[in-house]
Design a protein around this ligand. Structure first.
Ligand SMILES: [Zn+2]
Length: 76
């Protein structure tokens, strides 16, 4: 199984290993600790590798810090 990857969307190097395939060694699920993008190791390169990730959807530390907060939930 491949070593820990970097995040395809923001290129952060701290990603969390979330799960492995029921059949050992088939795939692995990772999640970025900065932007929370999650991907399975067997997805196409466009979803798993920063060099192929679509430019309009890439994030940087700056775009993440400038992002608006999620609106709060209304009172119940
Ligand atoms: Zn990320």
């Amino acid at each position: 199984m491949a070593d820990q990857p970097e995040c395809p969307r923001c290129e952060y190097t701290q990603v969390e290993h979330l799960a492995d395939s029921p059949v050992p060694g088939t795939w692995r699920v990772w999640c970025c600790r900065r932007c929370f993008y999650a991907w399975r190791s067997t997805e196409p390169l466009v979803n798993t590798t920063a060099d192929y990730y679509p430019a309009p959807f890439r994030l940087t530390e700056q775009t993440l810090s400038d992002a608006k907060n999620v609106p709060p939930l209304p009172p119940s």
